[in-house]
Design a protein around this ligand. Structure first.
Ligand SMILES: NC(=O)c1ccc[n+]([C@@H]2O[C@H](COP(=O)([O-])OP(=O)(O)OC[C@H]3O[C@@H](n4cnc5c(N)ncnc54)[C@H](O)[C@@H]3O)[C@@H](O)[C@H]2O)c1
Length: 399
């Protein structure tokens, strides 16, 4: 359904439950073109453009990106440096096992980029950085992010994901900020049953978490909204579905399967592999966050997802096929405790308000991703061997 309501502020594409992603996107693209045809009459496209222009005319932004040596954070750093070369990016990362400084090698010498090894729980360090850099914007990617690890050791998830977020927001309150953006996850909504493909998470779906990871992220979200309501902190939150793409740590499903398959090692699949995830190419996520920073309404939550639902087992089989490896490598293992069945995002709000649409279809993105891991074998091999942990010493040891 395409609508231009009286206040003409949105384009709404409704998805019917059992619609295939291809059909959805074909329909959506047609409608998106239609919206461009409407041109000036359509306030949403007008607003987004105006906001972008105003931003470009304004002073440049100092943007703190936390967790920028991780998967999505590093992709965001690259995206922003390319898209907004006038802005300055200060990447804050404590380089946990998931942070890999060598990922950022190509931007290290860029004058518009600075890397700071810092833990977001370190209040004194964070305040010192705010005094030095006077950030206009903070985008918080830093987190413990692996569900399995949260089941083994919840404590660090609470400390980093909740307390670390509070430390950052306290500094924002103390020194002032134009925007604090919290990068959250669709996992805060819990899961959906496999036999109800008509259901999707909207921003109004109640929070209903399953794992210590998702609970820590949901707690942080509540805290972010509380800082907005109580102290008037200008915040936004994005809740995104599963990301895939370059530089993902090879403990997560897609890179793990690619790396194991290339070594002819078993491909461990939880349960029967029937769990469904809504996959989004990482660059589409980065683009959505950028749009929210520049045009999103303060105090709002935006869901980000691409209607690219896939069962885990189908992804693993696809990787085998693409790499020419036998499916006999697949090994079904005991299911994860409390394993969520299905995640599916309704991205109508960000689409309607900011014009965001995912640009990379799963069938293209997965090929691109597999080929990236093939072409960058050294990157993930140094992670598997543990050698990447020496990179910081090599870079900064004598400085
Ligand atoms: N990966 C996904 O599919 C996905 C989907 C939705 C939302 N998210 C969210 O996006 C964010 C980034 O996810 P990711 O997959 O890139 O994670 P990641 O684990 O690859 O990266 C996390 C980064 O944060 C850093 N970090 C951890 N603790 C820190 C601390 N105390 N201080 C400073 N830095 C610290 C790590 O060193 C690492 O570089 C997370 O907040 C996650 O919850 C991820």
């Amino acid at each position: 359904m395409f609508t231009t309501p009286d206040d003409c502020n949105s384009m709404i594409v409704k998805v019917s439950g059992n619609e295939r992603p291809e059909t959805f996107f074909a329909r959506r693209n047609k409608q998106a073109t239609k919206s461009r045809d409407i041109g000036d009459n359509c306030k949403f496209s007008y607003n987004v453009e105006v906001q972008y222009k105003r931003q470009q005319e304004d002073k440049t932004l100092n943007i703190i990106v936390t967790g920028g040596a991780g998967f999505i954070g590093s992709n965001f750093v690259f995206y922003m440096i390319e898209k907004h070369p006038e802005d300055r990016i200060i990447c804050v990362d404590s380089l946990t096992y998931a942070g890999n400084l060598s990922t950022l090698e190509s931007v290290m010498d860029n004058p518009a980029f600075r890397f700071v090894k810092l833990d977001i729980r370190d209040r004194e360090g964070v305040e010192k950085l705010f005094v030095e850099e006077k950030p206009d914007v903070v985008v918080n990617f830093a987190a413990e992010s692996h569900v399995d690890r949260s089941i083994e050791n919840p404590g660090i998830f609470l400390e980093t994901n909740i307390m670390g977020t509070a430390v950052l927001m306290d500094a924002c309150r103390k020194y002032g900020i134009q925007r604090f953006h919290q990068v959250s996850t669709d996992e805060v909504y819990g899961d959906l049953p496999l036999d109800r493909p008509d259901l999707f998470f909207t921003e109004e779906t109640p929070i209903h978490t399953s794992s210590p990871y998702s609970t820590s992220k949901a707690s942080a979200d509540l805290l972010v909204l509380a800082y907005h309501r109580t102290y008037g902190l200008p915040v936004t939150i994005s809740r995104c579905s599963n990301n895939y793409g370059p530089y993902q740590f090879p403990e997560k499903l897609i890179p793990l399967m690619i790396a194991n398959a290339l070594h002819d090692q078993p491909l461990p699949v939880y349960g029967e592999g029937l769990n469904v995830r809504d996959w989004l190419y990482v660059e589409d996520h980065c683009k959505a966050i950028d749009l929210i920073l520049r045009g999103g309404r303060v105090g709002e939550v935006y869901n980000i997802g691409g209607h690219n639902e896939m069962r885990n087992i189908d992804i693993v089989k696809l990787i085998c096929a693409e790499l020419g490896k036998p499916e006999s490598l697949i090994k079904y293992v005991t299911d994860r405790k409390g394993h969520d069945q299905r995640y599916a995002i309704d991205p109508a709000k960000i689409h309607g308000e900011l014009g965001w649409l995912p640009e990379t279809m799963f069938k293209d993105g997965i090929k691109k991703t597999i080929h990236w891991y093939l072409d960058n074998q050294a990157w993930w091999e140094t992670i598997r061997s543990g050698e990447y942990r020496n990179y910081y010493e090599k870079m900064y040891g004598n400085r």
